[in-house]
Each structure stands twice: as structure tokens, then as C-alpha cells.
Ligand binder design. Structure first.
Ligand code: DMJ
Length: 622
């Protein structure tokens, strides 16, 4: 700034009227010197005076000590202010030390962990941009994203185990790459004919395999693949379709898959899509009782039930398997309607008399009365029981109603359905109007894992018994595999007519890459660390590799008792979502998706436990 322009403002009052041009050269020089000295003094005050640390810390570190000091006002004594200076300096030192420790910590991290931290921070910045109480483009409220522990794991120390886990990852890569190459965007892959496959369960919604596989890709640290899948979801996943879908299947695979992907990665797109889809499912609950329809047209909102289901009934395993996802939808959307809908289902069930304490598979949504008295822990019933237990666990053990319903129903199942074969194999039969059918489905084999998971919450005198029961079911299901030619289990096996754990009917001999037996091995391994469960899992890996792997992916098999496999040409989306994920976790350490922080939905999508501590979960559902 030219000095001349400043001179008038430095003139003394006695020279007020004088024009600047009236100064002599020596006067001008002296004034210039005085002015320069004044400027130097001002800068010195900022940079060199002893007090400067306080000033800087206030500007750059927003130190609370400085703020406190400011608030003490004119009354604060000199000694008090010196104390605050010390505090401010101590705070700066502490901040520096913290920064150093963080840097050290970062240097020790693996690249994927660093990548995850960056993703978390990005998500945090996006969230912060919304601000508390803010809404995003989809009108969703601000949610503080916290990644629960154990989303990715470490390499197992034991070399054999490490190799086995790596093998499972390689299997996932083959399944995924094949889908990507031959069926990208379709719901599933036909691995033999190398083309896309669509089942009518999803109407014209596309990409079931992509959404179902997202969390497995993430957990296995296949981040390039995860990013490609995320990109597809962002650009192509569309629920604005004029088509009828299965509410249950869309919920467990799509809503569940999107929720898990959100909780693992923190990417907002998954929260938005999950809530958008959840809202589209709400019209299914428009029935006189609030028990939802099985099928729903997503455009018109018109629902109906499967024509074969006992006089227009809804199915226990379908309407009873919405709870976990809907509780999370309320938490993530701020809309209590989702939670209310599933809590109402319980109300209806609790008003009804239960034959022998059992829940029949069919319930009429108009009359609120049971349909045919058919009870099963396999198909049509299975995941209802699973969700009672997991609702309690997911609520951080607060949902007493869910807990009671689970342990009461397990007691009724033990009394009425669980039997032992003549050679001592424990199985869970089906109940038809009071008569037992001595058949156990592959689907029923998930119960070993469920019972093990619930054992520690049972009355203390029941825990040991329930663990034994879980182990016996695991053994029976393993037998159903070992008694076949291909060492893969049939769809259903029987304990009558002189056979045990063997399928006798041609239409029950198929294997469609289902996860339930491996799921039970995984839970049993976590709770017992008995190496046989890993061995049994490894047997399954070898059989899958030998008989189901084809050039274009993995296929189901029509008859597991025939030594020359006939492929069904479908790579089910649950093979990537569940079978391969449970195998991978079977060979992983226990702190990878630990059970005290995560609960798996029935499609193996991990959902976080909603912790009691409200500071951790600000949008907790009431
Ligand atoms: C999956 O879609 C789910 O596990 C469901 O609960 C029942 N069966 C299939 C896999 O077998």
C-alpha cells in the first residue's frame, strides 16, 4: 500500500486542517518512521509476544480450554489466566501426541483397513453435510454412521486354515466373475448354458445376485468387485416396476442385502435404496388383520396370496421373516411405520390359541384364523423361529416378547417334533394335524445353528441341553451328506421305511447349492471350536468343487445319489450370499463379524445389533 495514501490519517490534531502537501520532507520521513514502528509492533504482538500460543490455539485448535477462559470474562485474575494458558498448552501437546499416535496407528494398518477408514470419513463428511435434523435428496433424516466392529477380518494364523479360506474366496471369485461375464444385471446365472436366469420371485426387479452378493464381496475384501456392484446399484437398480413380487424373497435378499451393504460400507446409496424398497412393500400389509400378503404388485400396491396356500392363507415363514429388516428400516428412515407393521404381526399371533403350543404354517390374513394345521421347522415355518430369537439378540437382548416367543416355541418343538432314529440320529419331523411325518428338509438343518445361537440365552439349566441338541442336529445333517454318492445333501431325507437320513423320493434328491448345513457348521464351530465342524465344511468345499463347479460358475444337481451329476443349470443367488459366506466365516477368526455386534438375517446378510447405549445409535427405534 503506498505510504502517501496513509499519511492524512496519521496527522496530529493541530495539523488537522493542513493539507498533506504542506509537510516538509523531514517531517514526512519522521512520520514514516513512526508509522513503520507501529506496524512492526502490531505484527510482533501477534507472532512474538509470549501470549501468542493462546491466541493461535484459540484460532486453530478451537481449544475448549480457551473457550472456557473467554467465558470467565473480566473477573478472571492473572493467575487464573496463567493457569488457562498452561491448560491450553497442555491441550496442544496432547493434540500433537494424539496426532502422532494416529499416524503410527495408520502406518500399522493394512491397505484395506486404510481404504475403509477413508470410506468411513467420506461417509461421515456426507453425513455432516446434511447436519443433525437435515434431510437428503430422498428425504431421509441425518443418521450418524458408525461402522460396527469386525466388518473385515485378518488372515488366519494357522496355514491350513488360511489356505482353506483362500480357496473359498477363489470360489466366490469364480461364481462372481462368471455371473459378471454371462449374466450381468440378470437375477441369476445359468452356468451351463452361460446366460441370465430370472425367477418370478422378483417380478421384473433385476440384479438379485448383485444385491445378494454385495456384503460377501465386502467381507472377502473383493473391493474392485464391490465397487462395480455398487455402481450397478446406483445406476440400474430400479423398483419402479409393474410386476408382482414375493414380499418375503424381496425383503430377505434385496432389503437385507442393501441394509448390510450400508452398514458395512457406510455408502448412502444403500440406505436410500433399502428405504425406497421398504416403502414399496408397505401396501402388502393392507389386510384386515395387518398380516401381509405373500405377493404384491409393486406398482398398483395390490396384494394376494399363493393360490396353493391353504384357502388363501399367508405363510408363517414369509410374514414372520420381515422383523429384522423392518426394525432397521425404521431406524434408518425415522419412519416408525415399518416397526409398527411387524410388531402388529406379533400381536395377532399372540392373540391366537396355538395347538400344543405350536405355530401352524398357514394363517388367513382376512379372518385372522389358522389355516391347515401343518407345522414345520423347515420350509414354510423355518425363519419365523429364527427371527424371534434374532429379534431379541438384535435388540441387544431388550425385546423380551421375542425372547419368550422363541424359547416357548422351541419347547413345543422339542416336545412334539424332535425325535431320535433307531440308530440314534436326532431329527426334526413335520407335524400334520397331530400326526408326524418323519422327514427332515435340507432347510430344517439351519436349526442346529439357531439352537446353538440361542443356547446361552436359555434358562441356565437348559443351556447345556440345547447345545447338545444343536450338535446332534448338526451330526444328522452331516450324515445326510455323507450317505449320498456326491457327498452333498438331498432336499429332504427320511427316517421311515427302514432308512435313516436318506431321500427316498426322486423329487427330494436334488441339491440346489443351499447353505443351511454349512450355516450350522459355522455356528457350531464358533461356539465349540470342535475341529470336526471345519473338517465337515471342508468336505463340502471339495464336493462343491468336484461336482457343482462348471466352466461358467456353479450349478445345482438333480440327484445327489447318482455318481454322474446332472446339472440343473442354476447358480442361485443365495450361493453367493450364504453358502460361500458361511464357508468363509467358518475358516475365519471369531472376531470377523462377531456375534455380539452382528446378527445374520435369514439370507446371511449381517445386520448390526442395535445397542442399548443411545449415544452409539442416535436414531434408535423407540
Ligand atoms: C434362502 O433364501 C434363505 O435362507 C431362506 O430363509 C430359505 N432358503 C434359502 C436358501 O436355501
Amino acid at each position: 500500500m503506498p505510504v502517501a495514501t496513509l499519511l492524512p490519517f496519521t496527522a496530529t490534531p493541530s495539523r488537522k486542517s493542513a493539507s498533506p502537501t504542506s509537510f516538509r520532507l523531514t517531517e514526512k520521513f519522521i512520520l514514516l518512521l513512526v508509522f513503520s514502528a507501529f506496524i512492526t509492533l502490531c505484527f510482533g504482538a501477534i507472532f512474538f509476544l509470549p501470549d501468542s500460543s493462546k491466541l493461535l490455539s484459540g484460532v486453530f485448535f478451537h481449544s475448549s480450554a480457551v473457550e472456557t477462559n473467554t467465558r470467565t470474562g473480566p473477573d478472571s485474575s492473572d493467575s487464573g489466566s496463567a493457569g488457562s494458558d498452561d491448560k491450553a498448552l497442555a491441550k496442544i501437546r496432547k493434540d500433537h501426541e494424539k496426532a502422532l499416535l494416529e499416524a503410527k496407528d495408520t502406518l500399522q494398518k493394512r491397505p484395506d483397513e486404510i481404504k475403509q477408514d477413508i470410506l468411513d470419513e467420506k461417509a461421515q463428511v456426507a453425513n455432516d453435510a446434511l447436519g443433525p435434523g437435515g434431510k437428503d435428496v430422498n428425504n431421509l433424516p441425518f443418521v450418524q454412521y458408525h461402522r460396527p466392529p469386525g466388518a473385515t477380518g485378518r488372515e488366519p494364523l494357522d496355514p491350513e486354515n488360511r489356505d482353506r479360506r483362500a480357496k473359498v474366496k477363489e470360489m466366490m471369485k469364480h461364481a462372481w466373475d462368471s455371473y459378471r461375464r454371462y449374466a450381468w444385471g440378470s437375477n441369476e446365472l445359468r452356468p451351463v448354458s452361460k446366460q441370465g436366469h430370472s425367477s418370478n420371485l422378483f417380478g421384473s426387479i433385476k440384479g438379485a445376485t448383485i444385491v445378494d452378493a454385495l456384503d460377501t464381496l465386502y467381507i472377502m475384501e473383493m473391493f474392485e468387485e464391490f465397487d462395480a456392484a455398487t455402481d450397478w446399484v446406483e445406476k440400474n437398480l430400479d423398483f419402479n416396476v409393474n410386476a408382482e413380487i414375493s414380499v418375503f424373497e424381496v425383503n430377505i435378499r434385496f432389503v437385507g442385502g442393501l441394509l448390510s451393504a450400508y452398514y458395512l460400507s457406510g455408502k448412502e446409496v444403500f440406505r436410500q435404496k433399502a428405504v425406497e424398497l421398504g416403502e414399496k412393500l408397505l401396501p402388502a400389509f393392507k389386510t384386515p388383520t395387518g398380516i401381509p400378503w405373500a405377493l404384491l404388485n409393486l406398482k398398483s400396491g395390490v396384494g394376494r396370496n399363493w393360490p396353493w396356500a391353504s384357502g388363501g392363507s399367508s405363510i408363517l415363514a414369509e410374514y414372520g421373516t420381515l422383523h429384522l429388516e423392518f426394525m432397521h428400516l425404521s431406524k434408518l428412515s425415522g419412519n416408525p411405520e415399518f416397526a409398527q407393521k411387524v410388531m402388529n404381526i406379533r400381536k395377532v399371533l399372540n392373540r391366537l390359541d396355538k395347538p400344543q403350543g405350536l405355530y401352524p404354517n398357514y394363517l388367513n390374513p382376512n379372518s385372522g384364523q389358522w389355516g391347515q394345521h401343518h407345522v414345520s421347522v423347515g420350509g414354510l415355518g423355518d425363519s419365523f423361529y429364527e427371527y424371534l430369537l434374532k429379534a431379541w439378540l438384535m435388540s441387544d437382548r431388550n425385546d423380551e416378547e421375542g425372547k419368550k416367543m422363541y424359547y416357548d416355541s422351541l419347547q413345543a418343538i422339542e416336545t412334539n417334533l424332535i425325535r431320535k432314529s433307531s440308530s440314534g440320529l436326532t431329527y426334526i419331523a413335520e407335524w400334520k394335524g397331530g400326526l408326524l411325518e418323519h422327514k427332515m428338509g435340507h432347510l430344517t438343518c439351519f436349526a442346529g445353528g439357531m439352537i446353538a445361537l440361542g443356547a446361552d440365552g436359555a434358562a441356565s439349566d437348559r443351556t447345556g441341553h440345547q447345545m447338545e441338541l444343536a450338535a446332534e442336529i448338526a451330526r444328522t445333517c452331516h450324515e445326510s451328506y455323507s450317505r449320498t454318492a456326491l457327498k452333498l445333501g438331498p432336499e429332504a431325507f427320511r427316517f421311515d421305511g427302514g432308512v435313516e437320513a436318506i431321500a427316498t423320493r426322486q423329487n427330494e434328491k436334488y441339491f440346489i447349492l443351499r447353505p443351511e448345513v454349512i450355516e450350522t457348521y459355522m455356528y457350531m464351530w464358533r461356539f465349540t471350536h470342535d475341529p470336526k465342524y471345519r473338517e465337515w465344511g471342508w468336505e463340502a468345499v471339495q464336493a462343491l468343487e468336484q461336482h457343482c463347479k462348471v466352466e461358467g460358475g456353479y450349478s445345482g444337481i438333480r440327484d445327489v445319489y447318482s455318481s454322474s451329476p446332472n446339472h440343473d443349470d442354476v447358480q442361485q443367488s443365495f450361493y453367493l450370499a450364504e453358502t460361500l459366506k458361511y464357508l468363509y466365516l467358518l475358516f475365519s477368526d471369531d472376531d470377523h463379524l462377531p456375534f455380539d455386534h452382528w446378527v445374520f438375517n435369514t439370507e446371511a446378510h449381517p445386520l448390526p445389533v442395535i445397542k442399548k447405549d443411545r449415544t452409539e445409535t442416535p436414531n434408535e427405534v423407540e
